[in-house]
Design a protein around this ligand. Structure first.
Ligand code: NAD
Ligand code: UDP
Length: 342
């Protein structure tokens, strides 16, 4: 997908060295034009930092960051993390990677490269500059878990050769690299394992369950439950998650993670579908489709470590977060209809 903005400022090629001369911290956010990355960029700018947003626009979108392009503290670079990158920054948040199963399975080899080579390239940058680096890992490192809820000490149950493996094993290998750079070279690391997070700026077509159900409900299309809908997930609202990111990055050096961030409220996918129908007042009907291969049966974070080390817990209940997300998609779909009509 080519979503680069025509009004893009300060674009560098992969070999450029960016120099940001301002007093506050200079922070590199990879995947900054994506769902979570754009919220993180916004939060860091609000705290007075300089943000260098790096994105390949594989799954990111200009509408997520267009309002930031006028901010002189914000710089956008189009780059693929598979290639090395140099920048004079003080901290790195590595979020670059498609997160939705259809997205990361569309080019699985590139997904593995993004996770593994991306981590390697950014860890090298952190090592060279002696700066701390944050990794967006995932609850997928637990695979289809035999331990419930999942504490960080659980090593997981992951298929190494299935269609989800490019993501799951890629993220596991990235964690390995982070801890080896920490032990071998003393790089300061912050590794977070994110559980399903939703909110405004998910792509309507990205295929994840919350965006799918809301868009289907708003359009009056069938709500597509994969399998019988008894599988569970725990859904965290984006603002809660971003707060956890910043707390982890600013925690003492000894707090490396991995630390689970997610909302321990656990819902079946059938319950989620019914909530979305209720909140939208939709007349959509539910249809059951085939369950994807290796779809995890259950997911719920044990967040005791986040509570202890970061004094963090999610605040936004599912119904509240869904209402805000529904408002976002409602506006977006209305705008898309207007664009089509013009
Ligand atoms: P997203 O797909 O909306 O955003 C990912 C961003 O990374 C996009 O802007 C995309 O263009 C960019 N990107 C992808 N490959 C790249 C590459 N090779 N080089 C440079 N940029 C690249 O997904 P998201 O939900 O915002 O997820 C962000 C991060 O959080 C990902 O690393 C994902 O694995 C992790 N995560 C997210 C969730 C969640 O529920 N949202 C759960 C677990 C982990
Ligand atoms: N899912 C579903 N209908 C959809 C999209 C997803 O029933 O339209 C299911 C999917 O099979 C999984 C759960 O919802 O059991 C969460 O899927 P998602 O892709 O959002 O995240 P992940 O599987 O990575 O947790």
């Amino acid at each position: 997908m080519n979503n680069a903005p025509s009004t893009q400022r300060s674009i560098s090629s992969s070999s450029d060295v960016r120099v940001l001369r301002r007093p506050s911290r200079r922070i590199l956010v990879t995947g900054g034009a994506g769902f979570l990355g754009s919220h993180l960029c916004e939060r860091l700018l609000a705290e007075g930092h300089q943000v260098l947003c790096l994105d390949s626009f594989a799954t990111g979108h200009t509408r997520n960051i267009s309002h930031l392009l006028r901010n002189p503290a914000f710089t956008l670079v189009r780059h693929d993390v598979v290639e090395p990158f140099a920048a004079e920054v003080d901290e790195i948040y590595n979020l670059a990677c498609p997160a939705s199963p259809p997205d990361y399975q569309a080019d699985p080899v590139h997904t593995t490269k993004t996770n593994v080579l991306g981590a390697l390239n950014l860890l090298e940058l952190a090592k060279q500059r002696n700066i701390k680096i944050f990794q967006a890992s995932t609850s997928e490192v637990y695979g289809d878990p035999h331990v419930h809820p999942q504490p960080e000490s659980y090593w997981g149950n992951v298929n190494p050769i299935g269609p989800r493996s490019c993501y799951d094993e890629g993220k596991r290998c990235a964690e390995t690299l982070f801890f080896d750079y920490h032990r071998r070279y003393g790089v300061e690391i912050k590794v977070v394992r994110i559980f399903n997070t939703y909110g405004p700026r998910m792509r309507p077509e990205d295929g994840r369950v919350v965006s799918n159900f809301i868009v289907q409900a708003l359009k009056g299309d069938d709500i597509t439950i994969y399998g019988d809908g008894s599988q569970t997930r725990s859904f965290c609202f984006v603002d809660d998650l971003i707060d956890g990111f910043v707390r982890l990055m600013n925690a003492p050096k000894s707090v490396t993670g991995p630390v689970n961030l997610g909302n321990p409220g656990e819902f079946t996918i059938g319950e989620l579908a019914r909530q979305v129908i209720d909140l939208t007042g939709s007349r959509s009907k539910i249809v059951n489709l085939a369950l994807p291969i290796d779809d995890p049966r259950q997911r719920r974070p044990d967040i005791a470590i986040a509570a202890r080390d970061l004094d963090w817990q999610p605040k936004v209940p599912l119904a509240e977060g869904l209402k805000e997300t529904i408002r976002y998609f409602d506006r977006l779909l209305t705008l898309e209809c207007q664009d089509l009509a013009e």
